[in-house]
Ligand binder design. Structure first.
Ligand SMILES: [Zn+2]
Length: 199
């Protein structure tokens, strides 16, 4: 494909002849297979432990969600009060870059709810490995623990913007554990927050 701009589903993908792929009007990006990312994560889990890695991925994901939500609302000219359109943009955009497809089920009056994620790249990467000749092949139906702490944090950031209050989320069902989709629930309490840092 020649260099140019692909603007389907709002991604604004800029394909460069020099290798500096960009999305969203200038954000430098790259593509990686889900299996390669899962392989990287496997080493982090092995060396650092599930608890530490999940906490780090969650916090980083949440910061990204908190940054991304208002940036996308501004970029696409959506009022913060237009919840349906915000949910659609958040879901369409991440769907188009392969993170999965989000289903928001939020109770805006109560400030609670869940998000379902179909085809989480974190879970599906953990369930498939490259074969010796480089062809991808699903080798297991399930893993031993939920794999989507990064998405839990990212969705907590998006939902904090949507609900206009700081919330945390926890993955309670995961594709990697054999569920049909990953399920993230808004918690009644905050996590990973010190009294000096309430953001
Ligand atoms: Zn999951």
């Amino acid at each position: 494909m020649p260099p140019g701009i692909l603007d389907q589903q709002t991604l604004k993908l800029e394909i460069s002849a020099d290798g500096d792929l960009k999305v969203l009007g200038g954000v430098r990006a790259f593509l990686m297979s889900t299996s390669s990312f899962a392989d990287l994560m496997d080493d982090f889990y092995l060396v650092l432990g599930e608890r530490f890695v999940n906490a780090r991925m969650y916090m980083g994901g949440r910061r990204a969600g908190l940054r991304t939500a208002p940036a996308l609302a501004s970029m696409f000219g959506i009022a913060p009060s237009d919840k349906a359109q915000l949910e659609k943009i958040f879901s369409d955009l991440d769907c188009s870059i392969g993170w999965g497809r989000y289903e928001f089920h939020l109770d805006y009056a109560a400030g609670k709810g869940i998000v379902l994620v179909h085809h989480s790249f974190l879970a599906e990467g953990a369930l498939s490995k490259f074969t010796a000749n480089g062809k991808i092949s699903a080798i297991q139906a399930r893993d031993s623990f939920p794999r989507c702490a990064l998405l839990a944090g990212y969705l907590a950031g998006l939902c904090s913007f949507l609900l206009e209050r700081d919330v945390d989320m926890q993955e309670t069902e995961c594709r990697a554990l054999g569920h049909s989709a990953c399920k993230f629930e808004i918690l009644d309490h905050r996590i990973h927050v010190s009294s000096a840092n309430q953001s």
